[in-house]
Design a protein around this ligand. Sequence first.
Ligand code: MSP
Length: 538
Amino acid sequence: MKSPDTTKNTFALTTPLYYVNDLPHVGSAYTTMAADAVARFERLRGKSVLLITGTDEHGQKIQRTAESLGRSPQIHCDLIAAGFQSLWQQLNIQYDRFSRTTAPRHQSIVKEFFQRVWATGDIYLSQQKGWYCVSCEEFKEERDLLPGKKCPTHTSKEVEWRDEENYFFRLSRYQNQLQELYEQRPDFIQPKSRRNEVLSFVSTGLQDFSISRVNLDWGLPFPTDDRHTIYVWFDALLGYITALLDPDVEPTLENALSKWWPINLHLIGKDILRFHAVYWPAMLMSADLPMPGRIFGHGFLTKDGKKMGKTEGNVIDPVELVKQYGADAVRYYFLKEIEFGQDGDFNETRFIDTVNADLANDLGNLVNRTLSMAHKYCGGIIPINGEDIPTDNPLKVMGLTLSDRAIDAYENLAFSQVCEAVLTLVRSGNKFIDDRAPWSLYKQGQLEAVREVLYSVLESVRLAAYLLSPIIPNISTAIYQQLGFSIDFNDQVAINNIDILSTGAIWGNLPANQALRKPEPVFKRIEVLQSVSRSLVI
Ligand code: MSP
């Protein structure tokens, strides 16, 4: 089994390609924030990164939505795709490719891929009978339906009976090969609970699935039969490959696969695990292409403990959220408070408490008061070097091992562990400064001790900003600049070129004599009064 070469200096990752039946909700924003944090982390460690996101625009669901709004499907797709792009900008998502499945070049890729699979004999015509959920764009087993023939995922939607001629993909042929893949590559599906879910599903025996639709024009033409269109999921998964094409090259599979394939990481929600962990690898096996690196299925978000949904009337509007609280606060809350892989809840009071406690109090105040003291007691410059700090200084001891832990956690997509580990250093910084009271040391004329305290706290703050920069890039930039650097963590080109970043993960990096700027709040405390009257729900 061909695996991706992990020594390569490139890293390609994807979010799902989002359905354009509606504007983005906080669930789509969640995956994309996580993907952006991974992309920024990989860039920081010097990799050349390709972050792919985009929209999934074909199928019955989109066609019906457009019709109900009196729009042509394409105009509808253009409008909603623009809504996604605008949200990503507001959330400070640095994506490299936005893959739209209605782009003409995508059709060429799908056609060529289809021909490869067709040539292996893996596609055949048969009759499809079953219950179809248009919202999932998926056939459902009768035993999984809720009372009233409702879909288990879209609990207010009734499934529809279908009995039609479809082309099928021979998924069953890949049962053994898939099982071998899961065995040889235990990290292929993460977290473990999702892997187990897939193993148990596959062990019950795989059935072929239909990859064409009749009576539906809003889809790509089926290359060998013009009465059919291609099933939206077959088309959408290939959107990941189309996205790899450089903008001006001819859209061929060879060009698309030449630099970035295999993709290192597919980030998805748990509801679309089978498509990514079973159907997709089988399609790639059929086309004789190497497997992606790993597939990570995160959990679902709830609001105040309840399932989030349009019908429940409690869908959080991410645009409102960012407008009200800013991108860094939103990114921080979702990545810190919800263990990635588990389900998690959004509660506005907890949101405000968390960002106020961690970002405004623990981190922000520490930066502010330490910088003020450095101006007062050390003439506004970094007073000494990292080597001058004794090896038993508690912040140095902690700081020297923190990066390895944070890097490990990033590699495992354990964002909340990254935040916890970094915040522990920040809290220790606060405690250290309270215990050592540099203001009294100064009065007693113990200037060497004052320098040690201030250096070790400022350096801890710097390291914290560095390690959190994939999650809170604006706050990290503000901290770095107040410490006298000219680094902007949002400037991708600069990030790749600045030497200091390669040593940034090492405690002791702040250079003596660097001039400090005037302290300014890096994160303004959220006052509760300002939030309660407004509604975040759409
Ligand atoms: N179009 C397909 C994906 C095709 S990928 C080739 C699709 N789109 S979607 O817009 O319905 O869902 C996109 C992602 O949003 C999925 O990963 C899904 O898990 C995620 N979420 C939808 N609701 C969510 C929550 N309430 N919470 C967290 N994520 C959620 O499926």
